[in-house]
Design a protein around this ligand. Sequence first.
Ligand SMILES: [Zn+2]
Length: 69
Amino acid sequence: MSAIWFGGLQVRRLERGQTPVADLHCTACGLHVRVTGRLHVADFLRAQPMNEHRATCPARAASTERTAA
Ligand SMILES: [Zn+2]
């Protein structure tokens, strides 16, 4: 199975004639976002959703609070 991982982001089905699927998976808070379709996936990747999520991840915020305390 061919897959490319960008941190918590997995992109599959990039072969010719297939519909690309991007899965954003945050193991910290359990968030799962799926985007399908070549254009949607391209836009999704360009937006760097993992960076964006890191800033707002509820689990990460909680652990930062704990570390700071
Ligand atoms: Zn998260």
